[in-house]
Write a protein that binds this ligand. Structure first.
Ligand SMILES: CC/C=C\C/C=C\C/C=C\CCC/C=C/C(=O)SCCNC(=O)CCNC(=O)[C@H](O)C(C)(C)COP(=O)(O)OP(=O)(O)OC[C@H]1O[C@@H](n2cnc3c(N)ncnc32)[C@H](O)[C@@H]1OP(=O)(O)O
Length: 281
């Protein structure tokens, strides 16, 4: 039986209330009583764009899963065709100067929490997964994707640069040569291409099957000592995690400097327009 809990959206003590969302549920956590596995579902229409509110919710939900003795975490989306469209470009285009700092800090928090999670993690990628969506998926230990969608780090195509820690997640999954080429090209892979290159681990024909396959992956740790497993994972990921921990402030300043460049703002504006035009047609 599923014990489902919808998270409350109480602002964190350090948060700025003005920017918090309303009663909209942006993530839900459901723990399967039988398996003890938590499914964390993103639910921010129309495309699960990672804005400040969704990032804060994600962080809170990952924290909850860490705290509630779940045996694993499956990340997925309530949208039938989009896992996540990546960072909400509206947060970066003509940004409010305080909010954009909170936004990037929240993104750092989510990556540190997910990539560094002590429980086994898997992504059921039930839709397109560009850029920040790919970051979330590659921060997990296992990926199952549905056919006919795309995944990748397309930043260079947008005239922006994936930060080092985006690259770390990518490099933890792909051979360096493949990762380098894909990053430089800003390449989006189809499900079939992603499978053949190793960017995803399995293909499923439905979301239900993807969730099952993710649960099976998490089940492979059933007979492994949980503390030994979690310390092993954390040691394997320690260098990348520590690097961002040590450089958080510089990483934020680098991002702010880069994103505020007139040429970058211009590019983001053009890209947003093209997305809107496409949506209308
Ligand atoms: C020297 C430098 C050193 C270090 C670097 C330092 C700093 C680096 C600086 C920046 C790094 C930033 C890293 C960025 C990461 C990102 O994630 S950027 C976001 C990238 N995402 C995308 O490119 C995806 C764009 N979207 C799509 O391709 C499609 O929307 C979709 C395939 C996801 C879904 O397609 P459809 O179902 O057809 O939906 P629509 O296209 O019609 O979209 C509906 C609606 O949503 C809006 N929208 C889509 N994506 C976004 C988005 N990412 N942000 C904001 N809004 C988005 C779209 O405009 C439509 O809106 P409406 O017209 O309905 O209002």
């Amino acid at each position: 039986m599923m014990r489902s809990k919808v998270l409350s959206l109480v602002p964190r003590a350090t948060g700025v209330c003005r920017h918090m969302s309303t009663a909209t549920k942006l993530t839900t956590v459901a723990v399967d009583d039988k398996t003890g596995i938590a499914t964390l579902t993103m639910n921010r229409p129309p495309v699960n764009g990672l804005n400040l509110d969704l990032l804060r919710d994600l962080n809170q939900s990952i924290g909850e899963v860490e705290g509630n003795k779940s045996r694993g975490l499956i990340l997925t989306s309530s949208n039938p065709t989009i896992f996540s469209a990546g960072l909400d470009i509206l947060e970066m285009y003509k940004p409010d100067k305080d909010r954009i700092r909170e936004f990037w800090t929240a993104l750092q928090d989510v990556w540190l929490a997910l990539y560094g999670s002590s429980v086994p993690t898997a992504a059921a990628i039930n839709g397109h997964s560009p850029a920040g969506g790919c970051l979330l998926a590659t921060s997990c230990e296992y990926r199952v994707m549905l056919p006919k969608f795309t995944i990748g780090l397309n930043e260079t195509k947008l005239g922006i640069v994936a930060p080092k820690w985006f690259m770390s997640s990518f490099l933890s999954v792909l051979p360096r040569r493949e990762a380098e080429r894909a990053l430089n090209q800003g390449r989006m892979f189809t499900t079939e291409e992603a499978l053949s290159i190793g960017l995803i681990d399995e293909v499923a024909i439905s979301k239900e099957q993807a969730l099952d396959k993710c649960a099976q992956f998490i089940g492979t740790f059933a007979k492994v000592n949980p503390l030994a497993r979690s310390l092993t994972k954390q040691q394997l990921r320690a260098v990348e995690l520590q690097q961002l921990e040590n450089e958080r402030a510089q990483d934020l300043e680098r991002f702010l400097f880069f994103v505020n460049q007139p040429s970058v703002q211009k590019g983001l504006g053009i890209y947003l327009e093209s997305l809107k035009k496409k949506a209308k047609n």
